[in-house]
Design a protein around this ligand. Structure first.
Ligand code: TGC
Ligand code: FAD
Length: 395
């Protein structure tokens, strides 16, 4: 007989509060109703529909952990559960949700002035406004400390120059969090990295061309941010100096990705199981062969363990006890495992595995990005390696 809770073998459900289960179920319902019907077309056409942000806003999925400003103030575990449901459909949709929540609303909430919070957070929560986060540059990816974008004091503000690359949602963004090196007026003083709230309608010299030819995360728009003498008021500089500014936002986003990647993996695994039960070769279902059962069981094991790890980190975050190293561990593990699971699911579906109709191949393609952005698989190994040995091996 089939185990009644084969889909939740470690009974994660029992470890959630009533409120968390309700949030998860309503996010799942929203995703089935509003995201699933369009995902195949969005991936095939390489298009993100910005109106989806308003639908996500109505469903309370944007800035979910923030208290006030029209946000629901849910816990970190609930936030992870939302990311899991959204990414079960598509990593690109989850990207849109997590950039808005963790990389735009979070820094505005933590480091911007009250006036900017009041101006932007309610609109970002409702999806009426879209935000993006510009850290990566053409010559500075894993090593953001080598960024070339500069901010130079000019009157009552700063003049920004430089180029950001690979920025989720930049072509649609009304508000852009841009990280730059602030060049001091004092001779000999080292530059410091700081963030700036760039409001598209208020500035001149900003362009955000879309990147073309992407074969992954096609249901998400990715662009550049080109800043040519863009002037922003001093008030728009975030109140945080150094790389801990962007990294403190990345902690939250990376944590959400650890849940999201498991959602994509679960979708692939469940499709592979259904397919293997249905499909017969050599006179019996594929699911009745030892090799296929092993693949399905390996998937199940990694998903169950990955979800438990993310749940534990979420609980520690809620108690303010999670060192960022734990986030690196779960982001790295769950993205790497999800990619392997998606590839194995694709394999079990044979030729059908490459068809968009079965909903597995787009996860394979997406997870290639998810394994790379927000710190690559190997960069998170080096972050953990440094925490384990006390020796940094980046350079
Ligand atoms: P390092 O010396 O390690 O640190 C510099 C300062 O930052 C502090 N710090 C952290 N603070 C909070 N949380 C963390 N996780 C932190 N990690 C470091 C650190 O304490 C220090 O503070 P202070 O006060 O002493 O100055 O800096 P490093 O240059 O050696 O860092 C190396 C490394 C590899 C760890 C780091 O650069 C890194 O993580 N690289 C990966 C880059 C990355 O993740 N980029 C992400 C771009 S955004 C993105 O991909 C969005 S995709 C969105 C989507 O669509 O979902
Ligand atoms: P590189 O840093 O050049 O790395 C290339 C390879 O070298 C990797 O395998 C890496 O692990 C390895 N490597 C690098 N350094 C070392 C080392 N010291 N030791 C051993 N190996 C090393 N960025 C943003 O700021 N905002 C966004 O919204 C955003 N969205 C993105 C959306 C998409 C679709 C993609 C693909 C990327 C996005 N990124 C975004 C950028 C992303 O964060 C970077 O691609 C990522 O950090 C890696 O940087 P890189 O591509 O320059 O690779």
């Amino acid at each position: 007989a089939v185990l009644s809770h084969w889909q939740d073998i470690l009974l994660l459900d029992q470890q959630l509060s009533e409120e968390e289960r309700l949030i998860r179920d309503s996010a799942a319902q929203f995703c089935r109703q509003h995201l699933a019907p369009t995902v195949q077309q969005a991936n095939e056409q390489g298009q993100f529909n910005p109106e989806l942000m308003q639908r996500m806003g109505e469903a309370g999925l944007l800035g979910a952990t923030i208290d006030g400003y029209g946000c629901p103030a849910v816990g970190y575990v609930a936030y992870g559960l939302i990311a899991r449901e959204v990414e079960r459909i598509d990593s690109g949709y989850r990207s849109a949700m997590s950039v808005q929540s963790s990389l735009v609303m979070h820094p505005i909430r933590q480091y911007a002035t009250e006036r900017l919070r009041e101006r932007w957070l309610p609109k970002l929560a409702s999806g009426e406004a879209i935000g993006c986060f510009g850290l990566t540059e053409p010559e500075a990816g894993s090593d953001p400390s080598s960024m070339r974008t500069t901010a130079v004091k000019d009157g009552d503000g700063y003049r920004l120059n430089g180029e950001k690359m690979w920025i989720t949602n930049s072509p649609h963004a009304d508000v852009l969090i841009v990280w730059a090196k602030v060049i001091s007026e004092l001779a000999g003083e080292a530059p410091t990295i700081s963030g700036f709230v760039v409001e598209r309608e208020q500035v001149k010299g900003l362009s955000t061309p879309e990147l073309q030819h992407k074969l992954s995360l096609r249901a998400s728009t990715t662009g550049a941010i080109v800043l040519q003498d863009v002037w922003v008021a001093a008030e728009n500089r975030l109140n945080i100096d150094g790389l801990k500014g962007p990294f403190s936002c990345l902690n939250l986003a990376r944590y959400g990705i650890s849940w999201g990647a498991m959602g994509a993996a679960e979708s692939c695994w469940q499709t592979a199981r259904d397919y293997a039960l249905e499909r017969k070769q050599f006179g019996k279902p594929l699911a009745q062969t030892q090799l296929v059962q092993k693949k399905l069981v390996d998937m199940q094991t990694e998903i169950a363990l990955g979800l438990q790890g993310s749940l534990r980190v979420g609980r520690l975050l809620e108690q303010q006890q999670a060192d960022p190293t734990l986030v690196s561990m779960m982001k790295r593990n769950n993205c790497g495992k999800a990619l392997e699971i998606a590839r194995n699911a694709r394999d079990i579906l044979g030729g059908n595995g490459i068809s968009a109709e079965y909903g597995v191949m787009h996860h394979v393609m997406n997870l290639e990005t998810v394994n790379t952005y927000e710190g690559t698989h190997d960069i998170h190994a080096l972050i953990m390696g440094r925490a384990l040995t006390g020796l940094q091996a980046f350079f």
